[in-house]
Design a protein around this ligand. Structure first.
Ligand code: XIL
Length: 469
């Protein structure tokens, strides 16, 4: 194959290449080359690392996710616990009074069982995703409707779920009860009633209360703490508290660990139930590094708290996350990018779980990348050569990598690059779309930089990590 290479006249430059890179740079690169869910060695998955520490690592999935084979491959191998993202909520399971629909959730339950994943049921009593027939009931009828809903839904899954989020988000930020249909009809007693009803329908599922913004010590978590204490002292069946943990980059509360500990001291389990860490887009390399440190902090906190049973991330990859739709301008909140490549947060989580210096490069890697940077004071060019080391011809290729902080692409040749910063994907052009086994192709780009002229930390081809030459 002939490859056109456009050469740009360069000012005097510093020259870097993988072949001549320092030992540290090569080691950092190797550590960043992680297995994807599909190819990961069995002993280096989040799931197995967490289990070796006595925790679970879970994810949330919705039924549409079942059609995404890249997603299901990661979910089924990297996560040992599954939470249906929407399908067990009241608006899906009982859209009309006493008319139940468990089919969507059943599909997710089947997926979990087929992959030996346990399940967290989410959620029975919640002000949101609540059909209007419930919120418009006369207050005198709400208790019967709630008990019937809990009894039938919990009975349907009896013996099959690890836990249930029985009541979700009961509190306002100031620690007062949210005035939803349940509180308005029954006062705070609806919580105990819901828990007792759930226990009667399935004595084996662990029963949880779940909320957000209760990760640190504040008026809302104080209210949850007092509720848990009161319920436990009355002998109400309550096994755990779920901390949703929808974090903002760099803002893990300093009281997170102490707060989990005070709950655990009440005799309940604690769990991180909906972890994500949102970044203001576009996600720069430094934001991804901060996110890695945030995820590691969450893992270390759970490990350090006796009674913390596990962590669930809310969604598998960045494109499955609810964040961009709910918090405009934010995203990139999970450990996997839009192509299901593990991000720095994945590496950091795995390392925090005792994964050592990181998994070795994927044995099945079918690509090799070499790169040369030519840099001057505020600019650089980078030439990248991609070799197909697999045994099948590639018909179309997409090479993904993360640009170091401060680098912004201004032009490119022999491939189309998008976006200009952060997590970049280089796609083939028409003439170089086919890459036979053993064949190489080269492309490149010019970029501005603010001091960091290093090569991208890792490359993956069509979703699988590449080795570097
Ligand atoms: C979210 C889902 O991810 C979205 O798909 C849906 O549109 C809204 O709900 N707290 C919870 C979860 O307890 O159920 C929410 O899930 C996210 C916030």
């Amino acid at each position: 194959m002939s490859v056109r290479t456009l050469r740009i006249p360069l000012p005097p430059y510093a020259r870097r290449a993988f072949g001549a890179a320092s030992v540290t740079a090569v080691a950092a690169l190797a550590a960043a080359l992680l297995p994807t869910g599909q190819a990961g060695a069995a002993d280096s998955t989040l799931r197995s690392l967490a289990e070796s520490k006595g925790l679970y690592f879970g994810t949330a999935m919705t039924q549409g996710d079942l059609n995404n084979s890249a997603l299901t491959a990661v979910a089924g191998s990297q996560f040992g616990m599954l939470t249906p993202g929407n399908e067990m909520k009241w608006d899906t399971t009982e859209p009309a009074r006493d008319s139940f629909n468990f089919a969507p959730a059943d599909r997710l339950v089947s997926f979990a069982q087929a992959n030996s994943m346990r399940l967290r049921g989410h959620t029975l009593v919640w002000h949101s995703q609540l059909p209007s027939w419930v919120s418009s009931l006369p207050t005198t009828q709400v208790r019967a409707a709630m008990e019937n809903h809990i009894t039938k839904e919990v009975a349907h899954y009896k013996g099959r779920l690890y836990s249930w989020d029985v009541v979700n988000e009961p509190f306002n930020e100031d620690g007062t009860f949210r005035s939803d249909a349940f509180y308005n009809a029954m006062g705070s007693g609806f919580v105990a009633d819901a828990l007792r009803t759930a226990r009667a329908a399935d004595p084996t599922a662990r029963l949880y209360l779940n909320d957000y913004n209760i990760e640190g010590q504040n008026p809302k978590s104080d209210a949850m703490y007092n509720l848990v204490k009161s319920l436990r002292s009355q002998g109400v069946p309550l096994d755990g508290v779920g901390f949703q943990a929808h974090f903002v980059l760099g803002q893990i509360p300093s009281t997170f660990k102490a707060n989990l500990q005070r709950f655990a001291a009440l005799g309940v389990n604690v769990a991180i139930t909906e972890l994500d860490d949102r970044i203001q887009l576009p996600a720069t390399a430094s934001a991804l590094a901060q996110q890695a440190s945030d995820y590691a902090a969450v893992v270390r906190t759970c490990l350090a708290v006796t009674g913390c049973v596990g962590i669930t991330q809310w969604g598998v990859g960045d494109s499955d996350s609810w964040i961009p739709g709910t918090f405009p301008g934010y995203g990139a909140a999970t450990m996997y990018d839009a192509n299901y490549r593990p991000k720095p947060a994945y590496t950091a989580s795995a390392t925090a779980l005792g994964g050592g210096s990181g998994p070795s490069p994927t044995p099945g890697a079918s690509c090799k990348v070499s790169g040369v940077v030519n840099a001057w004071n505020s600019g650089l060019t980078e030439d990248i050569t991609l070799t197909n080391t697999g045994s099948t011809t590639l018909n179309g290729w997409s090479l993904a990598f993360t640009l170091p902080a401060g680098q912004t692409v201004t032009s490119s040749w022999n491939a189309s690059l998008t976006p200009a910063t952060g997590e970049v994907t280089a796609g083939n052009l028409g003439y170089n779309s086919t890459l036979a086994p053993g064949a190489s192709t080269s492309f490149g780009f010019q970029a501005n930089h603010t001091g960091d002229t290093s090569l991208p930390a890792s490359f993956s081809l069509n979703g699988s990590p590449c080795t570097t030459a």
